[in-house]
Write a protein that binds this ligand. Structure first.
Ligand code: HEM
Length: 432
């Protein structure tokens, strides 16, 4: 029988749990460097089954493209999102992607640009002429405004709708570190919060059936209700709540990290701003404008490398998966580590340095060394939507405000399901 990849011995009973909890990214990085073989290392965390971290572009290509029949998405997604596209497999997944894909193509997304721009402008009008904001909560606010106004088909109120806003926040909680290390049936506080959030958002979504804007995904799903997909209202609700989860916080984080980086790199910020000033006319930022702001584009690309909102792609082996001379058995959890690949000096010079110009003329590296949106057929459905939205928000903020940072630097991060800033995110703004 071939050997397993190495899992270094941790403390008696608790294994790596305490060191992992204290500094998850740093600890796993050290394990890979000090004990990994062929860029794979085992993690021994209390309550988790055997788990291997894989941190090489070749494994990404194999797991997500050429050997994707060997690796499945696993049960946690299905436990959380039932029949949504993020959670299902096989023919069911193909059927859903076929229904949803046209909605998320570049040309279709451009049609949303005006609504996106209007939502940002509405929020920026509420910002003080001079003051300090919680960047993360403002970005969560604006991305929720946008996903509701476009995909869900209802404009949220800025100063009410607090229940919906609080519930959207609760979705990510299911995957908090405490939830990672306890069996699925344990009702942790964050899982209970998730269940409450899920119920509330389902209620909200079900009220939209009658009233959603006709351009929205909600309206499209209502139209095809009872046909090939969705067959039931429950399936439709699963999908729409899943979209809020997949699309709102990820984009808010991408924006939080990008604006933090702009605020702490004044020369880059000035360059991006002068492009915006010369491209954007007197009205709102348009779909055409954001094709002509290369520095903004590179800032976003580099921010998604250094701070990928989705730091890990969790999977499960369906059949044995070979890694070098060793084999991971069927039925084992594997984590493809996006963040460790993105911060590996074999693929990026000075990987911890924010350097948007590294994207000016591509270096010869594997496509699978840059995977903020995953890879292969199951890569992010909302990529075009997210990039369009993020560039509109960044350009709109740069046009209206001078930025400064009043928080820790470098900004520390910690993993939940997504990459979270540790502590406050105070952005200082001054209207121009
Ligand atoms: C910067 C923002 C975003 C990032 C970094 C991001 C990242 C990702 C990643 C890494 C995956 C693959 C997960 C895996 O393979 O396990 C994914 C899948 C997905 N994303 Fe995004 N995403 C973003 C925005 C969005 C938006 C705005 C939407 C929708 C409005 C969206 C909808 C989805 C869906 C539905 C899937 C599942 C696709 C499938 O399984 O076929 N995402 N996203």
């Amino acid at each position: 029988m071939s050997r397993l990849p190495p899992t270094p011995t941790g403390l008696p009973l608790v294994g790596h749990t305490l060191s992992f909890a204290a500094d998850p990214f740093g600890f796993v990085g050290d394990l890979l460097t000090d004990h990994g073989v062929d860029d794979v290392v085992g993690l021994d965390v209390l309550g988790l089954d055997d788990l291997y971290v894989l941190a090489h572009p070749t494994y990404v290509e194999r797991a997500l493209v050429s050997e994707r029949d060997v690796i499945a998405k696993g049960g946690e997604f299905a436990a959380a999102f039932g029949t949504a596209v993020t959670a299902v497999e096989g023919d069911e997944w193909r059927r859903q992607r076929a229904t949803l894909d046209p909605f998320f193509r570049w040309g279709r997304v451009d049609e949303y640009a005006d609504v996106m721009s209007r939502q940002v402008e509405r929020r920026l009008q509420e910002w003080p002429d001079s003051g300090t904001l919680s960047l993360e909560s403002e970005m969560k606010g604006v991305t929720l405004d946008i996903i509701f106004a476009t995909i869900l088909g209802r404009e949220l109120e800025l100063d009410s709708d607090e229940r919906v806003r609080g519930a959207a926040d609760g979705l990510n909680g299911r995957f908090s570190p405490a939830s990672w290390v306890l069996p699925r049936w344990v009702p942790t506080p964050s899982r209970r919060r998730f269940d409450r959030a899920d119920r509330l958002l389902r209620d909200e979504v079900s009220t939209l059936v009658e009233t959603a804007d006709e351009q929205s995904l909600t309206a499209k799903l209502v139209d095809t209700l009872g046909s090939d997909y969705p067959q039931t209202r429950e399936e439709m609700e699963d999908q729409l709540v899943g979209m809020i989860f997949a699309g709102h916080e990820t984009t808010a984080l991408a924006l939080t990290f990008s604006l933090y980086l702009l605020a702490t790199h004044p020369a880059v910020c000035e360059r991006a701003r002068s492009e915006v000033d010369s491209v954007v006319g007197s009205g709102r930022v348009t779909a055409d404008d954001i094709d002509h702001v290369p520095t903004v584009e590179r800032v976003l690309k580099e921010s998604l490398r250094l701070y990928p909102p989705v730091h890990t792609l969790p999977r499960e082996t369906v059949r044995p998966f070979s890694v070098g001379e060793r084999t991971i058995p069927a039925g084992t959890d594997v984590h493809l580590s996006v963040i460790h690949i993105h911060r590996d000096e074999r693929w990026y010079d000075d990987p911890l340095v924010f350097r948007p110009d590294r994207w000016d003329g591509e270096k010869d590296r594997s496509t699978y060394a840059y995977i903020p949106f995953g890879a292969g057929p199951r890569s992010c459905l909302g990529r075009a939507f997210a990039l369009t939205e993020a560039k509109i928000v960044l350009a709109s903020v740069l046009r209206e405000f001078e930025l400064d940072w009043d928080g820790d630097e470098p900004l520390e991060i910690t993993p939940e399901m997504t990459t979270q800033p540790k502590g406050e995110t105070p952005l200082v703004v001054r209207r121009r």
